[in-house]
Design a protein around this ligand. Structure first.
Ligand SMILES: C[S@@+](CC[C@H](N)C(=O)[O-])C[C@H]1O[C@@H](n2cnc3c(N)ncnc32)[C@H](O)[C@@H]1O
Length: 489
C-alpha cells in the first residue's frame, strides 16, 4: 500500500510570505537591512570559514564596485585606484563580523552563540565610521539589535525545536521591534552608556573576551580509545583484518596487524582510497561537497514551499525499521544524519558516508540534537565493519548513483545480524527528473545522465526473506525492506 504524506496549506502560506519578504529585501533597503543580515548570518554558518568569507566578500565587493563607480566622478587613474582601495577595504570590513561569528559562535553554548555577530558588527561599524568609509546607515545600538536579531533568527532556525521557538520567538519579536523603533525614531536611549563611542568599546571588549573564552573552552569529544566495543566491530575494508587504535603525537589512527593505517581526522576515521572517488561516486561526491553546508536547509525550505510535513515524510519509511533502545544501528550514506532523529532514543548510532562535508555537518547536527554517533568516512561498497555487527542496517537517498549498487547491498547484508530487517529508500526516476534536473545547482549533475534511477529490488539476493516494496508520496520515493535469514537457515 503506498504511504501517503499530507501537505499543509498553512506551512505553505507562511513559507511563501517569508520568501516574499526576503525577495523584497533585495529591492527595498529598510527591509534589506534586516533580511540581508539574516541571509549573511545564515550563509556564513553553512560554509567553511575561508570559503564563506570569500563568497561573501565577492557578493559585497562586486556590486558596490559597479554601482558605486557610477555615482562618483572619477577624474583620473589615481582617483580610480583610491576608490578601488577603499571599496575593497569596506567590503573586507563588512564581511569580518560574519566570519568572526562563524569562527566563534560554534564554540559557544546555547543562546550565547548569538552574541559574536552583533558585538563584532558594532565594533567594526565604529571603525568604518572612524575611517569615513562605507555608508554606515546604522550604528551603535541599532547595529547591535539588527545583527543580534539576525543571529537569533538563524539560531532558532537551526534549533528546529517548537518549544524553543515559542519561548525565543517572543523575545526576537521584542528585540526586532525595539530595533525598528530605534532605527526609525530619534528617541534617545534612556541609558547614556549605550550611545556613542562607549558602546562600541564595550562591544569590542566583550567580543574579545568571548573569542578568548571560546578558544580556550575545552569541548568534550570522545576519543576512539574510549570506544573499545566499537573498535571490536571494525575491520579493514580492504584486507578485512581487525583494527586497533594507536595514538601518535596526540593524534589517533586505526591500524591493522599487517600495517594498514587509517587516520582519524576531526574525530572521523578515514577509510577512503582514491579509487572510491571515481565514476558516479566521484561525480556526485563533488555535488555533496558543494552543497553539504546547506543540504538540510534547502530540503527544509523546499518542503515548506510544498507544505510537506517533514516528520511524516521521514516516518513514512523510518517507521518500517525494527529499532529498539540498546540496538546497534548503522546508516550507510548517513549524510547530515537527518534520519537519526526518527530512531528511538537509546539506540547506538553509527553512520558512514563518502563526503567529508556532509559528515562535518552531521557532527554539527548531532551536537545540536545532543546525540552521539560513531561516524566514518568511507564507501558504502566496502564497509569497515565485521560480519553480523549491527541489529539494524539501513540506507536512505544515495544508492541510485553508486558505482556498484549490488555490492553495496551485499555489504549491508554482510554487516547485519542474522534475522534483522534491512531498509533501502531513495527517490524514483520520476522525482529525479521533476526536481534534480530542474534545480540550478543539481541540474548539471542530473541532466544527460548515463544512469537512470532503478529500484534495486532485483539486486536483493533471492535468499533474503520478506522482500517488500512500498511507494511513498505518489511514487516519488520508494522504501524496500527485506530480512536477512536467521542463523542456520
Ligand atoms: C541524498 S544524500 C542522503 C543523506 C541522508 N541519508 C539523508 O537521508 O538525508 C546522499 C548521500 O549519499 C552519500 N554517498 C554517495 N555515494 C556514496 C557511497 N558510494 N558510499 C557512501 N556514501 C555515499 C553522499 O555523500 C550523500 O551524503
Amino acid at each position: 500500500m503506498p504511504a501517503i504524506v499530507k501537505s499543509s496549506r498553512r506551512v505553505q502560506i507562511v513559507a511563501w510570505a517569508v520568501a516574499s519578504l526576503f525577495v523584497l529585501g533585495f529591492f527595498f533597503n529598510p527591509v534589506g537591512v534586516w533580511t540581508g543580515t539574516i541571509l549573511g548570518a545564515w550563509f556564513v554558518g553553512t560554509q567553511k570559514p575561508r570559503r564563506g568569507f570569500l563568497w561573501m566578500f565577492a557578493i559585497s565587493f562586486i556590486p558596490s564596485l559597479i554601482f558605486g563607480w557610477r555615482k562618483i566622478p572619477l577624474t583620473g587613474p589615481e582617483q580610480a585606484l583610491h576608490y578601488l582601495g577603499w571599496t575593497l577595504l569596506a567590503a573586507v570590513l563588512g564581511v569580518l563580523p560574519f566570519t568572526f561569528h562563524r569562527l566563534v559562535s560554534v564554540r559557544l553554548p546555547g543562546f550565547l552563540s548569538t552574541l559574536p555577530l552583533p558585538l563584532a558588527a558594532v565594533a567594526i561599524s565604529a571603525l568604518l565610521m572612524a575611517l569615513h568609509i562605507g555608508a554606515a546607515s546604522v550604528i551603535g545600538p541599532s547595529t547591535f539589535l539588527i545583527f543580534w536579531f539576525a543571529a537569533t533568527v538563524v539560531w532558532l532556525w537551526n534549533q528546529e525545536s517548537h518549544a524553543t521557538e515559542f519561548v525565543f520567538g517572543a523575545g526576537v519579536i521584542a528585540v526586532g521591534g525595539f530595533g525598528l523603533f530605534r532605527h526609525y525614531s530619534d528617541v534617545a536611549l534612556p541609558v547614556n552608556l549605550l550611545t556613542g563611542a562607549a558602546f562600541s568599546w564595550i562591544c569590542l571588549g566583550v567580543a574579545l573576551f568571548l573569542s578568548v573564552w571560546a578558544l580556550f573552552r575545552p569541548i568534550k569529544q570522545r576519543t576512539w580509545a574510549e570506544r573499545p566495543q566499537t573498535i571490536s566491530r571494525l575491520q579493514s575494508p580492504f584486507t578485512h583484518e581487525p583494527l586497533h587504535v594507536v595514538s601518535e603525537q596526540g593524534r589517533e589512527a586505526l591500524v591493522s596487524s599487517s600495517g594498514e593505517r587509517f587516520p582519524i581526522r576531526d574525530g572521523i576515521p578515514v577509510f577512503l582510497k582514491p579509487e572510491d572517488l571515481t565514476g558516479d561516486n566521484g561525480k556526485y561526491n563533488h555535488l555533496y561537497e558543494t552543497i553539504g553546508g546547506f543540504y538540510d536547509d534547502t530540503q527544509r525550505v523546499a518542503g515548506a514551499f510544498k507544505g510537506l510535513d517533514r516528520d511524516e515524510y521521514f516516518l513514512a519509511y523510518m517507521r518500517m525499521l525494527e529499532a529498539k533502545p540498546g540496538d546497534l544501528v548503522l546508516e550507510t550514506s548517513v549524510g547530515t544524519g537527518l534520519s537519526f532523529k526518527y530512531l528511538p532514543r537509546g539506540v547506538k548510532l553509527s553512520g558512514l558516508d563518502l563526503s567529508p562535508e556532509m559528515l562535518a555537518n552531521c557532527q554539527v547536527n548531532l551536537r545540536r540534537w545532543k546525540m552521539e554517533a560513531d561516524l566514518y568516512l568511507g564507501n558504502a561498497e566496502n564497509l569497515p565493519f565485521a560480519d553480523s555487527s549491527f541489529d539494524v542496517v539501513f540506507h536512505v537517498g544515495g544508492i541510485s548513483f553508486f558505482n556498484d549498487q549490488a555490492k553495496a547491498i551485499r555489504e549491508m547484508i554482510r554487516v547485519a545480524k542474522p534475522g534483522s530487517l534491512l531498509l533501502i529508500s531513495d527517490e524514483t526516476e520520476e522525482y529525479a527528473k521533476a526536481t534534480y534536473e530542474k534545480i540550478p545547482i543539481t541540474s548539471s549533475y542530473y541532466k544527460n545522465r548515463q544512469t537512470t534511477v532503478k529500484i534495486p529490488i532485483d539486486l536483493v539476493p533471492h535468499e533474503m526473506q520478506e522482500i517488500h516494496l512500498e511507494m511513498i508520496k505518489g511514487g516519488l520515493f520508494y522504501a524496500l525492506t527485506f530480512r536477512k535469514p536467521p542463523a542456520g537457515k
